[in-house]
Design a protein around this ligand. Structure first.
Ligand code: GUN
Length: 284
C-alpha cells in the first residue's frame, strides 16, 4: 500500500471534542443546542441513520428530539410539524430524513424548513448562499469531505484539479461548489460522461459519489492523487464498500478514505457542527 489513509473516525472524534466544548459553553449561557430529527415511514437504513444522529447529539451534549411518523402521514401534517419546529426556540436545527414516502414532495418539505434551521444545507437558500459565497449551511457530506482535505493540508486548492463523479443535489453539486470556493479547477462527471478515466487521470483530487461499486479503479487514478470515497454499497459478500476499488486504488493514490470509517462519520460530525453554529447564531 502506498496511499495514506484519511481516517474519518479519528478526524470526527477530534472535531466532535471541539463541538462538545463549544456546546457546553452555550449551554452554560442557557442556549443548549437542539436538533429535531423527523423520520417518516419504516425505511430500515433511514432508521439506523436517524438513530446514529440522535446518539451523536447526546454524545456532544445537545438536546435532541426524534419524531417518528407512520408512512401514512400526510404532506400537510408533516409541513405543520415543521412549521411548529421552526417556531420552537429550543430547536436550532431541523432534519427531515430522506427519502420520504412517495406521496410527499421532498422539495416542498425542505423549502418549509426555515433557512436559519436548515442544518442539512438542502434549502434553496443554503444552496444559493454556497453558490455566491455567502454565509449559509453547507450540505454535511461534501462539507465533511472538505474537512478531510483540510486535515491533510489541502484547504486551499489553487492550481489543483478536482474531479467529482456524481451530480446529486445532496453531494455532487454542493461538492463541486465547495471545491470551487477552495479555488480548485473543477470537473463534474456523471453516468453520461464519455471516457471517465480521461478526466479522472488528470485529477489531483477525485471525489466518487455515485452509489455504485468500482466506479474508480487503479488505472483511472494519477499516482499520488487524493481519493475521497462517498459511496456506501455492499460487495458480493454483503460487506460495506464504497464506489472506489480500494484494494487497487490504494496502491496508486497518495491519500485515500476507507469505507467504512471514512466520509460516513464525517457526515454526522458536520451535522453537529451546523447545529452548533445555528445555536451560536441564535444566541449571539
Ligand atoms: N438521506 C441520505 N443522506 C441524507 C442526509 O444527509 N440528510 C437527510 N436528511 N437525509 C438523507
Amino acid at each position: 500500500m502506498t496511499a495514506q489513509l484519511i481516517d474519518g473516525n479519528a478526524l470526527s472524534a477530534q472535531v466532535r471534542t471541539e463541538v462538545a466544548q463549544r456546546a457546553a459553553a452555550l449551554t452554560a449561557r442557557g442556549h443548549q443546542p437542539g436538533l429535531a430529527v423527523i423520520l417518516v415511514g419504516d425505511n430500515p437504513a433511514s432508521a439506523v441513520y436517524v438513530r446514529n444522529k440522535v446518539k451523536a447529539c447526546a454524545d456532544v451534549g445537545f438536546h435532541s428530539v426524534l419524531e417518528k411518523y407512520e408512512a401514512t402521514m400526510t404532506e400537510a401534517e408533516l409541513l405543520a410539524r415543521i412549521d411548529a419546529l421552526n417556531n420552537d426556540p429550543a430547536i436550532h436545527g431541523i432534519l427531515v430524513q430522506l427519502p420520504l414516502p412517495k406521496h410527499i414532495d421532498d422539495h416542498k418539505v425542505i423549502e418549509t424548513i426555515s433557512p436559519a434551521k436548515d442544518v442539512d444545507g438542502f434549502h434553496i437558500a443554503s444552496a444559493g448562499a454556497l453558490m455566491v459565497g455567502e454565509v449559509g449551511f453547507k450540505a454535511c457530506t461534501p462539507y465533511g469531505c472538505m474537512k478531510m482535505l483540510e486535515s491533510i493540508g489541502m484547504k486551499d486548492l489553487r492550481g489543483k484539479h478536482a474531479v467529482v463523479i456524481g451530480r446529486s443535489n445532496i453531494v455532487g453539486k454542493p461538492m463541486a461548489m465547495m471545491l470551487l470556493q477552495a479555488n480548485a479547477t473543477v470537473t463534474v462527471c456523471h453516468s453520461g460522461t464519455a471516457d471517465l478515466a480521461h478526466h479522472t487521470r488528470q485529477a489531483d483530487v477525485v471525489v466518487a459519489a455515485v452509489g455504485k461499486r468500482d466506479v474508480l479503479t487503479a488505472d483511472m487514478v494519477k499516482p499520488g492523487a487524493v481519493v475521497i470515497d462517498v459511496g456506501m454499497n455492499r460487495n458480493d459478500e454483503g460487506k460495506l464498500c464504497g464506489d472506489v476499488d480500494f484494494a487497487g486504488v490504494k496502491e496508486v493514490a497518495g491519500h485515500i478514505t476507507p469505507v467504512p470509517g471514512g466520509v460516513g462519520p464525517m457526515t454526522i460530525t458536520m451535522l453537529l457542527v451546523n447545529t452548533l453554529e445555528a445555536a451560536e447564531r441564535g444566541a449571539a
